[in-house]
Design a protein around this ligand. Structure first.
Ligand SMILES: Nc1ncnc2c1ncn2[C@@H]1O[C@H](COP(=O)(O)OP(=O)(O)OP(=O)(O)O)[C@@H](O)[C@H]1O
Ligand SMILES: Cc1cn([C@H]2C[C@H](O)[C@@H](COP(=O)(O)O)O2)c(=O)[nH]c1=O
Length: 218
């Protein structure tokens, strides 16, 4: 019998330490015999990567930024994520819609309810010519939230790389982003697994693996 697709997203403020664990979880799934697709947002398709280059660099209003994030996401879903899930693959995505709620909603202060409407449209599983608000949304099966104080993340990033548009934001922005993630986690407690990212890498990895094992996937 064909395997069922599994969709896992990785979230957290910049510098939370997600990236290396995406690869480690991909290896764990492959070792368990699964085909894995590793991808990221914004990005994951040629069009969405072009949008990424714009939103990470150019100044723009909060609505423009939110619309571009969802436009990139729709293309990513249509071209990459939905086909992979239909094949039965494991999709590991470095950021997804919770980042839009946390950054554009929490960080930029964009209206949460309006983001929910955009989410409904962009993640609809209906054909685009149908009424896109009338069906279930494509959501991750599991969202691993790497949570840590912004001061710790900032200290990690200070020596790591040249900051992009978001990474250059002040501490208060990241406090608001973190609060945005906390709000999303409270709204979907079953989907979210909060991992304390303010621990040594091995301890973080143990918690990440445990989150996947708890769903019976590993
Ligand atoms: N548990 C940890 N303890 C200390 N440093 C860490 C830990 N995990 C990652 N780092 C370091 O913190 C920095 C940021 O890590 P990483 O790039 O994986 O974060 P990220 O969440 O993917 O960030 P972004 O979303 O901004 O790309 C890197 O220099 C990395 O080596
Ligand atoms: C999906 C998404 C991302 N962002 C922000 C969050 C990060 O600062 C960057 C992506 O950089 P990373 O190194 O790949 O993590 O984009 C956002 O503001 N809104 C979103 O929806």
């Amino acid at each position: 019998m064909a395997e069922q697709g599994v969709f896992i997203s990785f979230e957290g403020i910049d510098g939370a330490g997600k990236s290396s664990h995406v690869g480690a979880l991909a290896d764990a799934f492959r070792a368990a015999g699964r085909t894995v697709l590793q991808t990221r947002e914004p990005g994951g398709t040629p069009l969405a990567e072009q949008i990424r280059a714009l939103v990470l660099k150019e100044p723009m209003g909060a609505l423009t930024e939110a619309l571009l994030m969802f436009a990139a996401r729709r293309d990513h879903i249509e071209q990459v994520i939905a086909p992979a899930l239909a094949r039965g693959d494991v999709v590991l995505c470095d950021r997804f819609t919770d980042a839009t709620f946390a950054y554009q909603g929490g960080g930029r202060g964009f209206d949460w309810q309006s983001l929910s409407i955009l989410e409904l449209l962009a993640q609809s599983q209906q054909a685009p010519e149908a009424n896109l608000t009338h069906n279930a949304l494509l959501q991750p099966d599991l969202t691993i939230w790497f949570d840590l104080p912004p001061s710790v993340a900032a200290a990690r990033l200070a020596s790591a790389r040249v900051p992009d548009k978001f990474e250059a934001q002040p501490a208060a922005f990241f406090e608001a982003v973190r609060a945005g993630y906390a709000r999303r986690a409270a709204e979907s407690p079953v989907r979210f697994a909060r991992v304390n990212a303010d621990q040594p890498r091995e301890a973080v990895w143990a918690d990440v693996r445990h989150a996947a094992q708890g769903r019976g996937w590993l």
